[in-house]
Design a protein around this ligand. Structure first.
Ligand SMILES: [Zn+2]
Length: 699
């Protein structure tokens, strides 16, 4: 051991960690005895030591420990130097000086220490490295033997303490021959004197948006040892692990397995906003945001190659900007906007989802048909760790998307149970796991963009959604906006689609270095700039509703409610939709880079909510809204069924009345609707044609 290095480190500790070490010496510390050494500070102190720390961490750590233990002496020695003054020397008790289990935690790693999870690691073995990623999985903690002794069963000769901290295989440490009787044992472990530490295994994976292959992000396994590091992270958390990369010895394979011996777990508070932008970006973003065409720009930027669906695109764009999450009486009021796309397959739903995923910072995609065993939420499962079956807690997509956005395609293919946990996540912003001895609540504060296909063939606007889409009603209720996608054959539309596709290839997107196009022309924002725009708006603007905007929302809400109170209409609009309108208004203000949501923002939000109600909930005949229609049949539909059945029964004689008879009798009603309704009633078996003829009878 180099006394010079120890002294240097003691001087470093005095300069940068003086208070902390003094608390240790005077036993004034709270929690576990640790010293947090900033690698950044250390680099400022001596670049050479940091280089050595990187390449020979064990060596430097030994010296650090010795520097801490010799702290007082080192101060005495350093006092002769120039940069320390006598009044910095603390009053210390004689004995003991420093807790013997003091641990060094390396924090604030420099960029040279950081290593990508996906990059080759062979040349980093036994070096100090930092990995940043998302905690994917965490095992239950257990005591693990660090050093132990063996005793010869024949002559009771004990071995010295043997370090077993780098292996799970105790038998590898058993001596070949007894030092006493020179025979080959057998040996037993002396458990009462051994050194143990709490152990936990962590799997860290490449964070969303940074993996080369988003479908299978790469990971690094970390061995966490010591009480002070247990449960410092939980699945879904973004963390930096600093430690020494070790070759993992428990394998007979020629493939080298590496593990990180974790020295510190540093939580990283990462949100949606984690995107870097420079001055040029900000200038361009402000230019777009103050343009009168700002909302044309943002909505055109969502899936620019897909024609139409303007409202859905605007909704998705606002979803990315998001409302403002607030704490109210200790409860979290979510700012995340959830959107559901329902409708026919192959009409662009998936493309919009995919576009949203690529535009939203920190987004995770998932599918109801995904084969992942962990799936969407989180799971507690058994896994072999060190030859034993241990419980581990693994984060699903929703947890990994915490602070970001999740897109879920083919929601209808998801198991019902999983759809229900999805509901918990979307409403509470968290997921609870209660299985065996694993009890945890994981954060899942993400906005969700979901798409579902109808169970049987095509989406029928006259059919209740709940019967066409396999999902719990609560999940649909959780959505701030629901959009229906229909595959309506239309030559003009088809031509327009082709044109849009062609145009989207011809139009240059708006980038940070280019100029804004003429706002009268459809322009869309380049994906990279859009991501920055969203991040910039979310980081810097937390808009509140203006007094006028508040009034406007209130008026709208009360008007719609009073409309729905009329005659047969069900409760038309509830507070959930009201809150959704607030979130959308805030998002609209954010897109304009404004701290105030104005009447215009509220009108934009109301426009979207109303279009959802019209599409799905409004009873077109009574003019009232019927929220039940979101999950059931509208009041007019029920009335129509009753009229049709009554008419058929009234007309029925020896001969059953034909469809034409019924339509004639009901010529006050919308012919198409009666026609559609008769088809539906026949399909459902509520009406039947006797002997396969043209007549109709009520079942
Ligand atoms: Zn022996």
């Amino acid at each position: 051991m180099s006394a010079q290095l120890t002294t240097q480190l003691a001087v470093f500790l005095q300069s940068y960690n003086g208070d902390e070490v003094e608390r240790l010496i005077t036993r004034q510390y709270e929690g576990e005895p640790t010293v947090n050494v900033s690698i950044t500070d250390l680099a400022a102190f001596s670049k050479d030591i940091v280089d050595d720390l990187g390449s020979k961490p064990d060596h430097i750590i030994d010296h650090f420990e010795s520097a801490i233990h010799d702290y007082r002496d080192a101060i005495e020695m350093a006092r002769d130097g120039d940069d320390l003054t006598a009044d910095r020397v603390p009053e210390v008790p004689q004995d003991p000086l420093i807790p013997t289990d003091t641990e060094i935690r390396f924090v604030e790693p420099t960029s040279e220490i950081f290593h990508d999870i996906g990059a080759p690691r062979d040349d980093k073995i036994n070096e100090l490295v930092a990995f940043e990623g998302t905690c994917k999985q965490l095992s239950d903690n257990k005591p693990r033997i660090i050093e132990t002794q063996f005793v010869c069963d024949r002559c009771t000769t004990k071995t010295g303490f043997i370090d077993v901290s780098h292996t799970f295989e105790l038998k590898e440490a058993i001596p070949h021959e007894c030092a006493g009787c020179e025979r080959q044992g057998p040996f037993s472990r002396v458990s009462d004197a051994e050194i143990r530490e709490e152990y936990q295994q962590i799997r860290l994976q490449e964070p969303p948006g940074e993996a080369i292959n988003e479908a299978s992000p790469r990971e690094v396994i970390g061995d966490i040892m010591g009480d002070h590091l247990i449960d410092e992270a939980q699945p879904g958390d973004r963390v930096t692990l600093v430690g020494v990369l070790r070759e993992h010895g428990d394998t007979d394979s020629t493939l080298v397995d590496t593990r990180l011996e974790v020295l510190s777990v540093i939580p990283e508070e990462v949100q949606f906003e984690e995107v870097d932008f420079d001055e040029t970006d900000v200038e361009r973003i402000e230019e777009i945001a103050s343009s009168p065409a700002v909302f044309d720009y943002v909505k055109s930027s969502v899936a620019p190659s897909i024609y139409g669906n303007e409202k859905a695109k605007l909704g998705v764009a606002l979803q990315m900007f998001g409302g403002v999450s607030r704490r109210l009486h200790g409860n979290r009021k979510r700012g995340e906007i959830h959107i559901m796309f329902i409708g026919d397959p192959g009409v662009g739903k998936s493309q919009i989802l995919e576009s949203a995923r690529s535009l939203a910072p920190r987004s995770v995609s998932s599918s109801g048909t995904g084969s992942s065993s962990v799936g969407l939420t989180a799971s507690a499962q058994k896994e072999t760790i060190g030859g034993e079956e241990e419980w581990t807690l693994q984060a699903g997509s929703l947890v990994l998307a915490d602070g970001g956005m999740i897109t879920i395609d083919e929601l209808d293919n998801m198991e019902f149970r999983e759809q229900q946990s999805l509901d918990e996540a979307l409403s509470e912003g968290q997921i609870s796991v209660d299985k065996a001895n694993v009890h945890a609540t994981l954060k899942a504060r993400c906005s969700a963009l979901m798409a579902a296909n109808p169970e049987h063939g095509r989406f029928d606007p006259y059919e209740p959604i709940s019967e066409q889409f396999a999902m719990p009603k609560e999940l649909l209720d959780r959505c701030d906006l629901v959009f229906a996608f229909r595959d309506v054959p239309d030559d003009d539309l088809d031509a327009a689609i082709v044109d849009t596709v062609l145009e989207s290839h011809a139009v240059e997107p708006i980038t940070a270095d280019g100029g804004l196009q003429d706002p009268s022309e459809a322009g869309f924002i380049d994906a990279d700039l859009f991501r920055k725009y969203v991040a910039y708006a979310r980081r810097n603007y937390q808009p509140e509703l203006s007094e006028d905007a508040r009034e406007k929302l209130k008026d709208w809400y009360l008007t719609i409610r009073s409309m729905s109170d009329a005659d047969e209409a069900k409760i038309s609009i509830n507070t959930r939709m009201f809150e959704g309108a607030i979130r959308l208004s805030e998002a609209s203000a954010r897109a304009r880079l404004s701290e105030t949501a104005t009447v215009d923002d509220v009108e934009r939000a109301i426009g979207l909510v109303m279009s959802m109600l019209k599409e799905l909930g409004m009873d077109p005949e009574s003019g009232g809204f019927d929220v039940d229609a979101l999950g059931g049949r509208t009041a007019s539909q029920k009335k129509r069924v009753k009229v049709i059945k009554n008419t058929i029964q009234e007309l029925a004689g020896d001969e059953a009345p034909t469809r034409a008879d019924v339509l004639d009798a009901l010529d006050d009603y919308d012919k198409d609707k009666i026609d559609t309704e008769i088809d539906r009633l026949k399909t459902e078996g509520e009406l039947y044609a006797p002997e396969g003829g043209a007549g109709l009878r009520v079942s």
